[in-house]
Design a protein around this ligand. Structure first.
Ligand SMILES: Cc1ncc(COP(=O)(O)O)c(C=O)c1O
Length: 412
Protein backbone atom coordinates (compact mmCIF):
# COMPACT_ATOMS: atom_id res chain seq x y z
CA UNK A 1 0.00 0.00 0.00
CA UNK A 2 1.40 3.41 -0.88
CA UNK A 3 0.63 6.47 1.18
CA UNK A 4 -1.22 9.34 -0.35
CA UNK A 5 0.57 12.64 -0.94
CA UNK A 6 -1.40 15.51 0.53
CA UNK A 7 0.56 18.15 -1.33
CA UNK A 8 -1.63 20.09 -3.67
CA UNK A 9 0.13 21.15 -6.87
CA UNK A 10 -1.70 24.46 -6.67
CA UNK A 11 -0.21 25.16 -3.23
CA UNK A 12 3.25 26.49 -3.70
CA UNK A 13 5.42 27.61 -0.83
CA UNK A 14 4.78 31.33 -0.47
CA UNK A 15 7.48 32.36 1.98
CA UNK A 16 9.81 33.68 -0.67
CA UNK A 17 7.14 35.83 -2.33
CA UNK A 18 6.53 37.63 0.95
CA UNK A 19 10.15 38.68 1.37
CA UNK A 20 9.48 41.77 -0.72
CA UNK A 21 7.21 43.04 2.08
CA UNK A 22 10.01 42.90 4.62
CA UNK A 23 11.36 46.46 4.33
CA UNK A 24 7.97 47.88 5.29
CA UNK A 25 7.35 45.52 8.22
CA UNK A 26 7.67 46.79 11.77
CA UNK A 27 9.89 44.79 14.17
CA UNK A 28 6.84 43.14 15.79
CA UNK A 29 5.72 41.81 12.41
CA UNK A 30 9.23 40.67 11.49
CA UNK A 31 9.35 38.67 14.73
CA UNK A 32 6.30 36.68 13.64
CA UNK A 33 6.92 36.21 9.92
CA UNK A 34 10.58 36.99 9.24
CA UNK A 35 12.74 34.23 7.82
CA UNK A 36 9.93 31.72 7.27
CA UNK A 37 10.98 28.98 4.85
CA UNK A 38 7.71 27.18 4.07
CA UNK A 39 8.08 23.67 2.69
CA UNK A 40 6.03 22.06 -0.08
CA UNK A 41 3.56 20.90 2.58
CA UNK A 42 2.45 24.50 3.21
CA UNK A 43 2.59 24.26 7.01
CA UNK A 44 1.48 27.28 9.08
CA UNK A 45 4.06 26.97 11.84
CA UNK A 46 7.74 26.61 11.05
CA UNK A 47 8.82 23.05 10.25
CA UNK A 48 11.47 21.28 12.34
CA UNK A 49 14.02 19.81 9.94
CA UNK A 50 15.54 17.39 12.41
CA UNK A 51 18.01 15.89 9.97
CA UNK A 52 21.79 15.76 9.84
CA UNK A 53 22.26 15.11 6.10
CA UNK A 54 20.69 15.90 2.71
CA UNK A 55 20.38 13.81 -0.44
CA UNK A 56 21.46 14.48 -4.02
CA UNK A 57 19.69 13.28 -7.16
CA UNK A 58 23.02 12.65 -8.89
CA UNK A 59 26.72 12.45 -8.11
CA UNK A 60 27.18 15.61 -10.20
CA UNK A 61 24.74 17.46 -7.94
CA UNK A 62 26.78 16.47 -4.88
CA UNK A 63 30.00 17.59 -6.57
CA UNK A 64 28.43 20.96 -7.48
CA UNK A 65 27.27 21.48 -3.89
CA UNK A 66 30.80 20.95 -2.61
CA UNK A 67 32.69 22.96 -5.22
CA UNK A 68 30.36 25.91 -4.68
CA UNK A 69 28.71 25.87 -8.12
CA UNK A 70 25.33 25.52 -6.39
CA UNK A 71 24.26 26.82 -3.01
CA UNK A 72 22.20 24.30 -1.06
CA UNK A 73 22.03 22.44 2.23
CA UNK A 74 24.73 19.78 2.42
CA UNK A 75 25.08 18.94 6.11
CA UNK A 76 23.39 20.31 9.22
CA UNK A 77 26.71 21.18 10.85
CA UNK A 78 27.00 23.79 8.08
CA UNK A 79 23.40 24.96 7.57
CA UNK A 80 19.91 23.68 8.31
CA UNK A 81 16.55 25.17 7.21
CA UNK A 82 15.07 25.46 10.73
CA UNK A 83 18.28 26.95 12.09
CA UNK A 84 18.36 29.31 9.13
CA UNK A 85 14.82 30.50 9.84
CA UNK A 86 15.94 31.43 13.36
CA UNK A 87 19.06 33.16 12.02
CA UNK A 88 17.14 35.14 9.41
CA UNK A 89 14.40 36.19 11.83
CA UNK A 90 16.93 37.40 14.41
CA UNK A 91 18.95 39.22 11.72
CA UNK A 92 15.80 41.05 10.62
CA UNK A 93 15.06 42.12 14.17
CA UNK A 94 18.62 43.23 14.80
CA UNK A 95 18.89 45.02 11.47
CA UNK A 96 22.01 42.95 10.75
CA UNK A 97 22.96 41.78 7.25
CA UNK A 98 23.72 38.25 8.50
CA UNK A 99 23.48 35.92 11.50
CA UNK A 100 24.79 32.52 12.52
CA UNK A 101 23.37 30.50 15.37
CA UNK A 102 25.37 28.41 17.81
CA UNK A 103 24.70 25.74 20.42
CA UNK A 104 24.99 28.14 23.37
CA UNK A 105 25.80 31.73 24.21
CA UNK A 106 29.36 30.80 25.15
CA UNK A 107 29.84 29.05 21.80
CA UNK A 108 28.73 32.33 20.18
CA UNK A 109 31.14 34.45 22.26
CA UNK A 110 34.07 32.11 21.70
CA UNK A 111 33.47 31.70 17.96
CA UNK A 112 32.95 35.46 17.43
CA UNK A 113 36.35 36.13 19.03
CA UNK A 114 38.40 33.10 17.99
CA UNK A 115 37.40 33.22 14.32
CA UNK A 116 39.14 36.56 13.87
CA UNK A 117 42.10 36.38 16.26
CA UNK A 118 45.57 34.95 15.83
CA UNK A 119 48.80 34.83 17.84
CA UNK A 120 50.18 38.33 18.35
CA UNK A 121 46.76 40.02 18.31
CA UNK A 122 45.52 42.17 21.16
CA UNK A 123 42.01 42.29 22.66
CA UNK A 124 40.77 45.18 24.79
CA UNK A 125 37.84 44.18 27.00
CA UNK A 126 35.74 45.70 29.75
CA UNK A 127 36.31 44.32 33.25
CA UNK A 128 32.65 43.66 34.03
CA UNK A 129 32.05 40.52 32.00
CA UNK A 130 30.05 37.35 32.64
CA UNK A 131 32.45 34.87 34.33
CA UNK A 132 32.89 32.55 31.31
CA UNK A 133 33.37 35.52 28.94
CA UNK A 134 36.13 36.83 31.23
CA UNK A 135 37.67 33.33 31.31
CA UNK A 136 37.87 33.23 27.50
CA UNK A 137 39.52 36.65 27.32
CA UNK A 138 41.95 36.30 30.23
CA UNK A 139 42.66 32.54 30.32
CA UNK A 140 41.93 30.79 27.02
CA UNK A 141 42.93 33.33 24.35
CA UNK A 142 46.34 34.08 25.96
CA UNK A 143 47.20 30.36 25.56
CA UNK A 144 47.05 30.96 21.81
CA UNK A 145 49.23 34.07 21.95
CA UNK A 146 46.43 36.66 22.09
CA UNK A 147 47.03 39.32 24.74
CA UNK A 148 44.25 41.01 26.69
CA UNK A 149 44.03 44.49 28.16
CA UNK A 150 41.21 44.93 30.68
CA UNK A 151 39.68 48.36 31.28
CA UNK A 152 36.98 49.80 33.53
CA UNK A 153 34.11 49.86 31.08
CA UNK A 154 32.51 53.04 32.38
CA UNK A 155 35.79 55.03 32.30
CA UNK A 156 36.25 56.63 28.86
CA UNK A 157 39.77 57.78 29.80
CA UNK A 158 40.70 54.14 30.41
CA UNK A 159 39.38 53.15 26.96
CA UNK A 160 41.26 56.08 25.40
CA UNK A 161 44.52 55.01 27.04
CA UNK A 162 44.07 51.31 26.17
CA UNK A 163 43.17 52.11 22.57
CA UNK A 164 46.05 54.51 22.04
CA UNK A 165 47.89 51.43 20.73
CA UNK A 166 46.46 49.21 17.98
CA UNK A 167 44.08 46.39 18.89
CA UNK A 168 42.30 43.73 16.85
CA UNK A 169 39.11 43.36 18.87
CA UNK A 170 37.20 45.27 21.55
CA UNK A 171 34.85 43.07 23.57
CA UNK A 172 32.28 44.34 26.06
CA UNK A 173 28.95 43.68 27.71
CA UNK A 174 26.41 46.46 28.32
CA UNK A 175 24.58 46.36 30.68
CA UNK A 176 27.05 44.02 32.32
CA UNK A 177 26.34 40.79 34.17
CA UNK A 178 25.76 41.10 37.10
CA UNK A 179 26.67 44.71 38.03
CA UNK A 180 24.52 46.42 35.34
CA UNK A 181 27.28 48.81 34.31
CA UNK A 182 26.34 50.72 31.17
CA UNK A 183 29.09 51.45 28.63
CA UNK A 184 28.98 54.35 26.17
CA UNK A 185 28.79 52.40 22.91
CA UNK A 186 29.20 55.26 20.37
CA UNK A 187 32.22 56.65 22.25
CA UNK A 188 33.97 53.30 22.73
CA UNK A 189 33.24 52.22 19.14
CA UNK A 190 34.81 55.45 17.79
CA UNK A 191 37.95 54.89 19.88
CA UNK A 192 38.09 51.21 18.87
CA UNK A 193 37.78 51.95 15.18
CA UNK A 194 40.54 54.56 15.38
CA UNK A 195 42.74 51.83 16.91
CA UNK A 196 41.86 49.44 14.07
CA UNK A 197 39.68 47.19 16.23
CA UNK A 198 36.38 45.52 15.53
CA UNK A 199 33.83 45.91 18.34
CA UNK A 200 32.03 42.79 19.57
CA UNK A 201 29.14 43.49 21.96
CA UNK A 202 27.48 40.90 24.19
CA UNK A 203 23.91 42.28 24.15
CA UNK A 204 22.30 39.63 26.36
CA UNK A 205 21.13 41.93 29.17
CA UNK A 206 19.67 44.52 26.79
CA UNK A 207 18.08 42.00 24.39
CA UNK A 208 17.64 42.95 20.71
CA UNK A 209 14.42 44.74 21.68
CA UNK A 210 16.03 47.38 23.90
CA UNK A 211 19.39 48.10 22.31
CA UNK A 212 20.80 47.89 18.77
CA UNK A 213 24.60 47.90 19.10
CA UNK A 214 25.11 47.89 15.30
CA UNK A 215 23.30 51.23 14.96
CA UNK A 216 25.42 52.61 17.84
CA UNK A 217 28.69 51.76 16.04
CA UNK A 218 29.44 48.14 16.95
CA UNK A 219 30.52 45.63 14.30
CA UNK A 220 29.39 42.33 15.80
CA UNK A 221 26.63 41.44 18.28
CA UNK A 222 26.47 38.19 20.26
CA UNK A 223 23.61 36.62 22.20
CA UNK A 224 22.98 33.85 24.61
CA UNK A 225 19.59 32.95 23.13
CA UNK A 226 19.18 30.75 26.21
CA UNK A 227 18.06 33.87 28.05
CA UNK A 228 15.21 36.16 26.94
CA UNK A 229 15.10 34.98 23.31
CA UNK A 230 13.91 31.58 24.52
CA UNK A 231 12.44 33.23 27.59
CA UNK A 232 10.98 30.15 29.21
CA UNK A 233 14.02 28.23 30.41
CA UNK A 234 13.70 25.47 27.81
CA UNK A 235 16.92 25.24 25.82
CA UNK A 236 20.41 26.57 25.17
CA UNK A 237 21.32 28.58 22.10
CA UNK A 238 23.45 31.45 20.86
CA UNK A 239 23.83 33.78 17.91
CA UNK A 240 26.38 36.08 16.27
CA UNK A 241 25.31 38.94 14.00
CA UNK A 242 27.24 41.32 11.78
CA UNK A 243 28.07 42.14 8.19
CA UNK A 244 27.87 39.44 5.56
CA UNK A 245 31.62 39.17 4.89
CA UNK A 246 32.43 38.65 8.57
CA UNK A 247 29.56 36.29 9.31
CA UNK A 248 29.76 34.15 6.20
CA UNK A 249 33.47 34.08 5.53
CA UNK A 250 35.33 34.46 8.82
CA UNK A 251 32.75 33.14 11.28
CA UNK A 252 30.99 30.75 8.89
CA UNK A 253 34.21 28.95 8.05
CA UNK A 254 35.18 28.71 11.72
CA UNK A 255 31.77 27.27 12.67
CA UNK A 256 31.73 24.83 9.77
CA UNK A 257 35.04 23.32 10.79
CA UNK A 258 34.73 23.47 14.58
CA UNK A 259 31.05 22.41 14.82
CA UNK A 260 29.26 24.28 17.67
CA UNK A 261 25.99 23.98 15.72
CA UNK A 262 22.58 24.78 17.13
CA UNK A 263 20.21 21.80 17.20
CA UNK A 264 17.31 22.29 14.73
CA UNK A 265 14.90 21.46 17.52
CA UNK A 266 16.35 24.20 19.74
CA UNK A 267 16.25 26.59 16.76
CA UNK A 268 12.53 25.88 16.48
CA UNK A 269 12.01 26.60 20.20
CA UNK A 270 13.92 29.86 19.79
CA UNK A 271 11.91 30.81 16.69
CA UNK A 272 8.77 30.47 18.81
CA UNK A 273 10.47 32.55 21.50
CA UNK A 274 11.16 35.36 19.02
CA UNK A 275 7.44 35.60 18.19
CA UNK A 276 6.68 36.83 21.71
CA UNK A 277 10.00 38.49 22.56
CA UNK A 278 8.88 42.10 22.24
CA UNK A 279 5.77 41.59 24.38
CA UNK A 280 7.69 39.73 27.03
CA UNK A 281 10.59 42.18 27.22
CA UNK A 282 8.20 45.13 27.56
CA UNK A 283 6.51 43.38 30.48
CA UNK A 284 9.83 42.28 32.07
CA UNK A 285 11.03 45.90 31.96
CA UNK A 286 7.85 47.43 33.40
CA UNK A 287 7.88 44.93 36.27
CA UNK A 288 11.64 45.31 36.82
CA UNK A 289 11.22 49.09 37.16
CA UNK A 290 8.37 48.61 39.66
CA UNK A 291 10.46 46.14 41.70
CA UNK A 292 13.55 48.41 41.60
CA UNK A 293 11.50 51.42 42.73
CA UNK A 294 9.98 49.37 45.54
CA UNK A 295 13.37 48.13 46.78
CA UNK A 296 14.86 51.62 46.60
CA UNK A 297 11.86 53.13 48.36
CA UNK A 298 12.03 50.75 51.33
CA UNK A 299 15.09 52.46 52.79
CA UNK A 300 16.56 49.23 54.24
CA UNK A 301 18.24 47.98 51.06
CA UNK A 302 21.60 49.77 51.01
CA UNK A 303 22.12 49.68 47.21
CA UNK A 304 19.69 49.15 44.34
CA UNK A 305 21.08 49.08 40.79
CA UNK A 306 18.80 49.38 37.82
CA UNK A 307 19.60 51.37 34.65
CA UNK A 308 16.01 52.70 34.62
CA UNK A 309 16.38 54.32 38.07
CA UNK A 310 17.52 57.94 38.22
CA UNK A 311 20.03 56.85 40.91
CA UNK A 312 21.91 54.55 38.49
CA UNK A 313 25.34 56.10 37.78
CA UNK A 314 24.84 55.83 34.00
CA UNK A 315 21.08 56.46 33.95
CA UNK A 316 21.29 59.25 31.32
CA UNK A 317 23.50 57.12 29.06
CA UNK A 318 21.17 54.12 29.46
CA UNK A 319 18.22 56.33 28.50
CA UNK A 320 20.12 57.38 25.34
CA UNK A 321 21.11 53.95 24.11
CA UNK A 322 18.42 51.65 25.52
CA UNK A 323 14.64 51.79 25.08
CA UNK A 324 14.04 50.82 28.74
CA UNK A 325 16.03 49.82 31.82
CA UNK A 326 16.09 46.10 31.09
CA UNK A 327 14.81 42.92 32.70
CA UNK A 328 17.42 42.56 35.48
CA UNK A 329 17.61 44.32 38.86
CA UNK A 330 20.64 44.10 41.15
CA UNK A 331 20.75 45.02 44.82
CA UNK A 332 22.94 44.69 47.86
CA UNK A 333 21.55 43.73 51.24
CA UNK A 334 24.80 44.28 53.14
CA UNK A 335 26.23 40.82 53.87
CA UNK A 336 26.35 37.23 52.65
CA UNK A 337 24.30 36.19 55.68
CA UNK A 338 21.51 38.62 54.80
CA UNK A 339 21.70 37.72 51.11
CA UNK A 340 21.31 34.01 51.85
CA UNK A 341 18.61 34.77 54.44
CA UNK A 342 16.63 36.72 51.86
CA UNK A 343 17.00 34.06 49.17
CA UNK A 344 15.91 31.31 51.55
CA UNK A 345 12.90 33.32 52.74
CA UNK A 346 11.51 33.94 49.23
CA UNK A 347 8.50 31.84 48.29
CA UNK A 348 7.68 33.01 44.75
CA UNK A 349 11.08 34.06 43.39
CA UNK A 350 13.24 30.97 42.97
CA UNK A 351 16.98 30.51 43.35
CA UNK A 352 18.76 29.86 40.05
CA UNK A 353 21.92 30.97 38.29
CA UNK A 354 19.98 31.16 35.01
CA UNK A 355 18.20 34.32 33.88
CA UNK A 356 15.75 35.48 31.25
CA UNK A 357 12.93 33.12 32.23
CA UNK A 358 9.20 33.77 32.62
CA UNK A 359 9.83 32.81 36.25
CA UNK A 360 11.66 35.33 38.44
CA UNK A 361 15.06 33.97 39.42
CA UNK A 362 17.48 35.22 42.04
CA UNK A 363 21.19 34.51 42.21
CA UNK A 364 24.10 35.29 44.54
CA UNK A 365 26.89 35.93 41.99
CA UNK A 366 29.77 35.90 44.51
CA UNK A 367 29.15 32.23 45.34
CA UNK A 368 27.83 31.02 41.97
CA UNK A 369 28.29 32.59 38.51
CA UNK A 370 31.29 34.71 39.58
CA UNK A 371 32.63 32.42 42.34
CA UNK A 372 35.92 31.80 40.50
CA UNK A 373 36.89 35.49 40.45
CA UNK A 374 39.59 36.55 42.90
CA UNK A 375 38.45 38.66 45.89
CA UNK A 376 40.07 41.71 44.22
CA UNK A 377 38.23 41.05 40.93
CA UNK A 378 34.93 40.64 42.78
CA UNK A 379 35.46 43.96 44.56
CA UNK A 380 36.43 45.66 41.27
CA UNK A 381 33.17 44.45 39.69
CA UNK A 382 31.05 45.39 42.71
CA UNK A 383 30.28 41.74 43.47
CA UNK A 384 30.15 42.18 47.22
CA UNK A 385 29.01 39.47 49.70
CA UNK A 386 25.54 41.03 49.97
CA UNK A 387 25.04 41.51 46.21
CA UNK A 388 22.08 39.79 44.52
CA UNK A 389 20.95 39.60 40.88
CA UNK A 390 17.24 39.33 40.24
CA UNK A 391 16.04 38.26 36.80
CA UNK A 392 12.53 39.65 36.80
CA UNK A 393 9.98 37.27 35.30
CA UNK A 394 6.49 37.68 33.93
CA UNK A 395 4.60 37.31 37.22
CA UNK A 396 2.40 40.15 38.47
CA UNK A 397 4.56 42.98 39.86
CA UNK A 398 2.49 43.14 43.05
CA UNK A 399 3.15 39.46 43.80
CA UNK A 400 6.90 39.90 43.33
CA UNK A 401 6.94 43.03 45.48
CA UNK A 402 4.93 41.21 48.18
CA UNK A 403 7.35 38.24 48.13
CA UNK A 404 10.46 40.44 48.33
CA UNK A 405 8.86 42.67 50.96
CA UNK A 406 7.84 39.76 53.17
CA UNK A 407 11.30 38.17 52.87
CA UNK A 408 13.04 41.46 53.70
CA UNK A 409 10.70 42.13 56.63
CA UNK A 410 11.40 38.67 58.00
CA UNK A 411 15.07 39.60 58.35
CA UNK A 412 14.51 42.92 60.12
C1 LIG B 1 26.07 38.14 29.44
C2 LIG B 1 26.14 36.68 29.12
N1 LIG B 1 26.84 36.27 28.04
C3 LIG B 1 26.93 34.96 27.71
C4 LIG B 1 26.33 34.00 28.49
C5 LIG B 1 26.48 32.55 28.12
O1 LIG B 1 25.33 32.00 27.60
P1 LIG B 1 25.01 30.42 27.58
O2 LIG B 1 24.72 30.02 28.99
O3 LIG B 1 23.85 30.30 26.66
O4 LIG B 1 26.23 29.73 27.06
C6 LIG B 1 25.60 34.37 29.62
C7 LIG B 1 24.97 33.34 30.48
O5 LIG B 1 24.55 33.59 31.59
C8 LIG B 1 25.49 35.75 29.93
O6 LIG B 1 24.80 36.17 31.01
Amino acid sequence: MTSKSYMSPSQTPDSRSRIEDLPTWQPSTRLIHGGTLRSEFCETGEAVFLNSGYVYATAEEAEAAFDGTTERYVYSRFRNPTVQMFEDRLALLEGAPACRATASGMAAVFAALACQLEAGDRVVASRALFGSCAHIVTQILPRYGVTATIVEGTDLDAWTAALATPAKVVFLETPSNPGLEVIDLPAVCALAHAAGARVVVDNVFATPILQSPLTLGADVVVYSATKHIDGQGRCLGGAVLGDRAFIEDELGLFLRHTGPSLSPFNAWVLLKGLETLELRVERHCATALAVARYLEGRGDVPTVRYPGLESHPQHALAARQMKAGGPIVAFDVGSKERAFGLMNALRLVTISNNLGDAKSLICHPATTTHQKLSPEEKTAQGITPGFLRLSVGLEAAEDLVADLGRALDSMA
